[in-house]
Design a protein around this ligand. Structure first.
Ligand SMILES: Cc1cc2nc3c(=O)[nH]c(=O)nc-3n(C[C@H](O)[C@H](O)[C@H](O)COP(=O)(O)O)c2cc1C
Length: 390
């Protein structure tokens, strides 16, 4: 029995006591959550999700690798960047819409691929896809989704992309990509930053297996039950054999644009362009793999410069505010993906929560743009931000 269950039992026992039955002060208020429209920013969804799901599910969603230095760095790095706002520009009409690979979307904010949405809510990716569709933006579906890609494709009301973990064999990889494209996915993102399972210490402490090795199982089954801790040794993942030549191969059969997700240096960004990537996603996987990987916003300038406008540069990891998003757009990102916030919204309020989280980010971005003097994405440029040296 965990602490929460013990507390609940004690409260139920007390509530049943004749001494207290007449009093109304002991109601169990834990199921009384704020109305969704009372939440003022995306952070406020996290504690609601936390109170609704088992601890291990929450720790899987929230956690980073080791001591979570990169996880913290993702947030702290935004504080080094300030705006250089411009005024007197008639900002009465705001337009946040954009286009990615020919797909029109309402805002430069996408749902990042995250595993196992049933860890947050019974309706899992079905609800997330509808929430993203409601907000007219793209959801990237993880290889390790709780529901099958066919079911998610059937439920979706907006555009989907597919995130690919290669393997366990090359034929299986091709089947997976073709199935996703058949289910309607308009782009594939190959995740390249996770060759080995990392130590998510929150999960190890819970004595449950860490990381995507075991938590959600691919292809529509539910999360595995907690197991004994992993032995302290290298756990290779699907991507351990990956090299740049895989881009040549997948480009032959994918039939949709292929992006590389997890780029953190100018060198790899250049290679991605040379080897035929249609786009890159600057990402440190939300601080979940290489500890002491840099924050993504701090490496974005060198990557944008290396790519030189040849392909779109997208970014994720740590984005929680409209101001964060505008900073990335000003440095040259085409769009931003958010990983945990839609999961917080999903766990807290299902589809409506996913949509609300995206709506809050959209409103914050519009507000920041308006106050900084940009009425649309084309009006945003590098002069809008000042980056302090460390
Ligand atoms: C719970 C969780 C599961 C994730 N699963 C995957 C995954 O299956 N594939 C993948 O490429 N990235 C995965 N990611 C990383 C996200 O795609 C994204 O890079 C990251 O969440 C962005 O950081 P943020 O959560 O701070 O927004 C996952 C992240 C989280 C939080």
């Amino acid at each position: 029995m965990n602490r929460r269950d013990a507390l609940r039992n004690t409260m139920m026992w007390m509530a049943g006591s004749p001494l207290l039955r007449a009093q109304e002060v002991l109601g169990d208020t834990r199921d009384r959550f704020p109305a969704i429209d009372d939440l003022v920013n995306v952070f406020e969804f996290e504690p609601i999700l936390k109170s609704k799901v088992p601890k291990n599910n929450y720790d899987f969603i929230a956690g980073g690798v080791d001591a979570e230095w990169t996880l913290r760095r993702n947030r702290e790095s935004f504080d080094r960047i300030t705006f250089r706002p411009r005024f007197m520009r008639d900002v009465s009409k705001m337009d946040l819409s954009t286009e990615l690979f020919g797909q029109k979307i309402s805002m430069p904010i996408l749902v990042a691929p995250t595993a196992g949405h049933q860890l947050a809510h019974e309706q899992g990716e079905l609800a997330t896809a509808r929430g993203a569709g409601q907000m007219k933006t793209i959801m990237a579906v993880s290889t390790n989704s709780s529901y099958s890609i066919d079911k998610i494709g059937a439920a979706a009301t907006g555009p989907l992309w597919f995130q690919l973990y290669v393997g366990p064999d090359w034929d299986g990889t091709r089947d997976r990509v073709e199935r996703a494209v058949g289910a309607g996915c308009k782009a594939v993102c190959i995740t390249v930053d996770s060759a080995y399972g990392s130590h998510r210490e929150r999960l190890l402490r819970n004595r449950s297996s860490a990381g995507p090795v075991a938590v959600p199982s691919p292809g529509g089954r539910r999360a595995a039950a907690p197991r004994e801790p992993l032995p302290y040794k290298l756990q290779s993942q699907f991507t351990v054999h990956l090299t740049w030549s895989f881009l040549d191969e997948i480009n032959k059969y994918a039939k949709v644009p292929v992006l590389v997700k997890g780029i953190l240096t100018a060198e790899d960004a250049k290679l991605a362009v040379e080897r035929g990537a249609a786009g890159i996603i600057v990402s440190n996987h939300g601080g979940r793999y290489l500890e002491y990987a840099p924050s993504t916003i701090e490496v974005l300038p060198e990557i944008v410069e290396a790519v030189g406008g040849k392909i779109p540069v997208l970014i994720d990891s740590g984005f929680r505010r409209g101001t964060d998003i505008l900073k990335a757009l000003a440095i040259g990102a085409k769009a931003v993906l958010v990983g945990r916030p839609p999961l917080w919204g999903l766990g807290a309020y299902g589809q409506a929560g996913v949509a609300k989280v995206l709506e809050l980010l959209q409103h914050e971005l519009a507000l920041t743009m308006g106050l900084a003097g940009a009425t649309n994405l084309a009006a945003i440029d590098r002069k809008l931000v000042k980056i302090d040296a460390r």
